[in-house]
Design a protein around this ligand. Structure first.
Ligand SMILES: Cc1cc2nc3c(=O)[nH]c(=O)nc-3n(C[C@H](O)[C@H](O)[C@H](O)COP(=O)(O)O)c2cc1C
Length: 434
């Protein structure tokens, strides 16, 4: 390396210092302000929801890459939820799921990161059954697909495969007609989900993220676009919030403050008749009053994918700042889709967000944090969305520019060290309410 290049490298490294400051979520210290955003990998096979070597090695690679926190892919937290995914997700609703998830926690810890579980109470109308059964949702309103609301590169990728427009081809883009959930189902789903939260603590996760963005079940209840109910779960904002509030209350009742509990929410649905940012701020302010430990932002839904999968950096920062303005200062906000380290630094310095979560950028280059810290070059995500298109079609995630993605289990550097600290010891479970 020339002297000028070395100087530039060290200047880059100094400029990004704030990203590598420790940060605390409800007293849990993270070594830096960088998280891996939850991403369904479709590595779990057979729709049985169990762990495998590929999933472990994939997360090991991202932990080794230097993020302070990994948020797991969305894990389905009830039996009903597990019957209506589109692809294959991990499950957590009975004790047979524990061993694999505990192994995941141990692996990530061995590579130096903390790990939260993203736990989902269901996909609602965005779910699909594999036998034609109607997915349960707040109201019987299927989602719509408007190709103009796709990210441009995804739109182009879909155009290159005209067969995808054929509604007979099963894929996430083709909605199934949902049915309205009964009040009894709502109550029993919440009850079961609370028990799954206990299993998450038993598995050793450092925190739990409620999955409520992107037009999934909790979001569907919040949104006047997908919730036309006439009972106490529909109508006014208070009523539309009820499902989310009851889910949160149940989780706290079951696990108390054993581990931090946060929530992922879309800052704005970006659809006509959907739930917009001003109403979302009221929701977030209520969560702040109820003691939420952090808020992880996203945006849009399956109907507005270009907001969910932004085409450029920083599109969610205004909504993040909106959430921060209504939350107590000790409740951090986490924001995805800022891949440029200089922009990430600027967003934190401007007080728009406290942490940055990295999604696709860690698929192409899991070493982004280590490289940025060292002032080195990293491979930049092109936002081509092939990763998303594959998973939406039911295939395991891959990246056109990182051939190692999906092959980590064959790479010994991502195998958990056999003598990792604490391995083989019965996990210490933080105190739970009696
Ligand atoms: C293949 C793939 C799967 C995803 N699965 C999830 C998921 O399970 N839960 C979730 O909240 N977000 C999910 N996301 C969204 C990401 O967490 C993130 O918000 C989004 O990719 C935008 O950030 P990025 O530009 O850094 O990728 C997924 C994204 C991708 C690419």
């Amino acid at each position: 390396m020339t002297q000028t290049a070395a100087k530039q490298q060290s200047a880059n490294s100094a400029n990004h210092k704030i990203l590598f400051e420790p940060v605390s979520i409800a007293g849990l210290e993270l070594k830096n302000r960088l998280a891996m955003a939850p991403m369904n990998t479709v590595f779990s096979e057979n729709n049985l929801g169990y762990m495998n070597e590929q999933i472990l090695a994939y997360y090991a690679a991202r932990a080794k890459g230097g993020v302070g926190l990994i948020i797991s892919e969305c894990v389905l937290g009830t039996r009903m939820a597990s019957r209506f995914p589109y692809t294959s997700n991990l499950h957590l609703f009975n004790s047979t799921h524990l061993s694999g998830l505990e192994e995941l926690v141990e692996t990530v810890h061995a590579f130096g990161s903390k790990i939260f579980i993203q736990l989902s109470i269901g996909f609602g109308r965005q779910g699909h059954s594999h036998d034609g059964e109607a997915p349960p949702a707040p109201s019987p309103i299927p989602y719509e697909n408007d190709p103009t609301l796709l990210p441009k590169k995804l739109f182009e990728a879909v155009q290159k495969r005209p067969q995808l427009a054929n509604p007979r081809i099963p894929m996430m883009a083709h909605a199934q007609q949902p049915r309205e959930m009964t009040r009894e189902e709502i109550k029993s789903e919440i009850e079961e989900f609370g028990h799954s939260a206990i299993l998450a603590v038993m598995a050793g996760f450092d925190g739990l993220e409620l999955h409520a963005p992107h037009g999934y079940l909790e979001h569907q209840f919040l949104s006047p676009r997908s919730n036309h109910r006439s009972d106490e779960y529909g109508g006014s904002l208070d009523n539309r919030m009820r499902f989310m509030v009851e889910v949160y209350d149940k989780v706290r009742e079951m696990i108390g403050h054993a581990i931090p509990v946060g929530i992922r929410l879309s800052g704005d649905e970006h659809m006509p008749d959907g739930i917009h940012h001003e109403e979302m701020k009221i929701v977030v302010s209520r969560l702040g009053d109820m003691g939420i430990d952090y808020v992880h932002l996203s945006s849009g839904s399956y109907e507005a994918l270009k907001h969910f999968f932004p085409e450029r950096d920083g599109t969610m920062l205004e909504e993040a700042a909106g959430f921060k303005s209504v939350l107590p200062p000790e409740v951090p906000v986490m924001t995805p889709s800022v891949h440029d380290p200089a922009k990430a630094v600027a967003a934190i310095e401007a007080g728009q967000t406290d942490l940055i979560s990295l999604g696709r950028q860690l698929l192409i280059d899991p070493e982004w944090p280590n490289k940025v810290r060292a002032g080195e070059k990293f491979r930049k995500c092109t936002r081509c969305c092939e990763c998303l298109l594959r998973t939406a079609m039911g295939f395991p995630v891959r990246c056109l520019h990182n051939r190692d993605l999906g092959r980590e289990k064959y790479m010994p550097e991502y195998w958990r060290p056999t003598r990792a600290k604490g391995v083989g010891v019965v996990p210490e479970i933080p105190p739970l309410p009696m």
